[in-house]
Design a protein around this ligand. Structure first.
Ligand code: HPA
Length: 246
């Protein structure tokens, strides 16, 4: 197994990672968000990519998801754990909490979302019944049990376009649709990984309540404060993953 971690807002770098190398890659789809960083945690080799660039400068709708995922495939990555900041919609998704979603609803638009756009002789429809790899999700759950980190083992992730946050009505509709979480980067990343046959799972870190779930506006200060707590838990979880046998 060659494991990659895609870090989102609040996880531009992992200080626990002992860095052994770095590589700039170009792809047929353009440049990835940042250099790929090679390193190890607990002796386990892995590759890290900062989704929003390093420093954090690329908004969700401008991320070159195809380049990011293509580059990981070029580096022979087999498994991707994507870490993402999200808003909580379900009542158990309080700020600071961690969930490993099992389903996605995609509300994003206008993003380059497939590698199968140009070869019209071979129209390919990937299976996406289970958008996240059940096996990789199980590994994360095992790691959470080993480390004593409380997580929600299932959740539906709704992907909005951003970069603005949602309205109260939008969050109400998402709740009615069955979304437990709202984020801006889950798609097309998950589908692109499936197209290139890499196992992909997501660790969602709740940064705030979705709009209107509690009274008042959502502030960046609140998001940053909650992410500090949540991301340190997520790093604990990644460390526990690195201790699992392949
Ligand atoms: N909505 C969408 N994406 C997010 C949010 C949110 O409330 N919080 C963090 N990422």
């Amino acid at each position: 197994m060659t494991l990659a971690i895609i870090g989102g807002t609040g996880l531009t770098q992992i200080s626990e990672l002992t860095i052994t190398g770095q590589q700039t890659l170009d792809t047929p789809f353009g440049a990835p968000s940042a250099d790929y960083v090679f390193g190890e945690i607990n002796g386990k080799q892995l590759i890290f990519l900062a989704r929003h660039g390093n420093p954090h400068r690329i908004p969700p709708h401008k991320i070159n998801y195809r380049a990011n995922i293509w580059g990981l495939k070029q580096l022979d990555v087999t498994d991707i754990i994507a870490v993402a900041a999200v808003g909580g919609i379900g009542s158990d998704m309080a700020p600071g909490h961690i969930a490993v979603p099992d389903q996605i609803i995609d509300y994003s638009y206008g993003r380059e979302h497939t590698f199968f756009a140009d070869d019209l002789e071979h129209v390919t429809h990937i299976d996406f019944t289970e958008p996240y790899s059940p096996a990789l999700r199980q590994r994360i759950m095992q790691a959470a049990r080993n480390a004593g980190i409380e997580i929600s083992p299932t959740a539906t992730y709704g992907c909005t376009q951003g970069p603005r946050l949602e309205t109260v009505a939008e969050i109400k509709r998402m709740a009615q649709d069955g979304c437990d979480l709202v984020g801006m980067t889950g798609m097309p990343e998950a589908a692109l990984a499936r197209e290139l046959e890499m196992a992909y799972a997501n660790i969602s870190v709740v940064a705030n309540w979705g709009a209107g779930i509690v009274a008042g506006e959502i502030t960046m200060a609140e998001i940053e404060k909650n992410l500090e707590v949540g991301m340190s838990k997520a790093i604990g979880l990644l460390k526990a993953v690195s201790l699992l046998p392949d």
